[in-house]
Design a protein around this ligand. Structure first.
Ligand code: ATP
Ligand code: MG
Length: 354
């Protein structure tokens, strides 16, 4: 039986609660549908760990993580400690240290989930957003002149490299090729940001020649924001820079129902380093410890992990189980206007998988 080693970092707030349910669903699916065993190792790295040890993870923490096949991550963040420590010591460095340059965020409108847009049918919104995860507008390059004075000048530099643009664009094109609609939209703003997004467009126009079977086009980010609301059904694979991808995926999550359903993957496609799978939402301290969190974002993130591990049948089984539970509508957490608990929802998914 194939064995896959997974590091589990539940983290803070609702993180551990939702991750527990994701672990259960993935384990049942892997065994039943792919005959694979998932070996979990729970790591206690969190705000509580920080308060005890003065750091979010041990000194050799990154080395400890390297041998794993994947990392399943809940959320970090606690009102008692600044994000500058929690998020900036654990979550953000992981994406860079492990070169997880693909941030994949699917948006799918499930049956049984209320959509804020009028007249959308289940399955009609079905897109994969590929967000660049290591450079662009979020490059830590810049500084201040005359800080603390009325003359202060802040400079924030976007860093776009040919290599960085090419690898995210190629990952998106590869994904588009495997989808029935074979459609790709590249998000840009090169009319205003002529250097960075100008390079992005140049690389797009070069790379697209290698994928003549994909119907690809370029769209300005402001027009894209409008179309994500007006006609999200036209999008299939969308590829965007770090900042634009960040903003557009909050929008795509909103138009497909609840933040409690939005999943994500931070992938190193070379498999040189482990990839990390996490719900889009944060630690939600306002509902932590009350059994109110919807675990489906974490469960769907675990399905992305199963895909990455090559367990495609298990991944499909988890997604189908989630779709069935939502469509039946018997079990609903408060974010879906129900009264069921995190565990109730986890139980329903495990039952549907099995
Ligand atoms: P971060 O800064 O870590 O991205 P945040 O503080 O902006 O996170 P969240 O922690 O995601 O935001 O919480 C935003 C809101 O969404 C809160 O009201 C929270 O209760 C709700 N929420 C987040 N995740 C879930 C979930 N899985 N189920 C139900 N409600 C959720
Ligand atoms: Mg927060």
């Amino acid at each position: 039986m194939a064995v896959h080693k997974i590091a589990v970092i539940g983290g803070d707030g609702i993180g551990p609660e939702v991750i527990d349910q994701a672990v259960r669903a993935a384990e049942v699916a892997a065994r039943k549908h792919d005959g694979a065993e998932l070996k979990w190792n729970h790591l206690p790295w969190s705000t509580a760990y920080y308060k005890q040890h003065g750091r979010m993870l041990p000194e050799d923490g990154w080395e400890q993580l390297k041998p794993y096949d994947a990392i399943l991550f809940g959320a970090v963040g606690d009102p008692s400690v600044p994000d500058k420590i929690t998020v900036h010591e654990l979550l953000l460095p992981m994406r860079r240290k492990f070169d997880q340059y693909v941030n994949l965020r699917p948006a799918y409108l499930f049956a049984g989930v209320p959509c804020p847009l009028v007249g959308k049918k289940p399955g009609e919104i079905d897109m994969l957003v590929y967000r660049e995860n290591t450079e662009g507008e979020y490059a830590p390059v810049g500084g201040n002149l005359y800080p603390g004075t009325e003359n202060q000048i802040a400079i924030q530099t976007g860093v776009f490299t040919w290599k960085g643009c090419e690898r995210i664009l190629r990952a998106a094109f590869e994904a588009a090729q495997k989808r029935p609609r074979k459609k790709l939209t590249s998000i840009t703003k090169s009319n205003a940001q002529v250097y960075g997004l100008g390079l992005w467009d140049d690389v797009f126009n070069t790379v697209r020649k290698d994928y003549p079977d994909v119907d690809s086009s370029s769209l300005l980010v402001d027009a894209a924001a409008m179309d994500f609301v007006r006609k999200p059904e036209v999008f299939d694979v969308v590829v965007a820079s770090n900042l634009f991808g960040d903003i557009l995926t909050d929008l795509s999550a909103a138009v497909t129902g609840s933040i409690g359903l939005a999943s994500s993957a931070n992938i190193n496609p070379t498999k040189k380093f482990p990839s990390m799978f996490e719900p889009v939402h944060g630690s939600a301290p306002d509902i932590a410890g009350q059994g109110k969190a919807n675990p489906l974002a974490a469960v769907l993130s675990a399905a992305l992990m199963l895909d990455h591990l090559g367990l495609a049948k298990s991944a499909a089984a988890v997604r189908k189980a989630v779709a069935t539970v939502l469509a039946e509508g018997r079990v609903k957490t408060p974010d879906l206007a129900g009264t069921h608990t995190t565990t109730d929802m986890g139980n329903a998914v495990v039952e549907a998988v099995g």
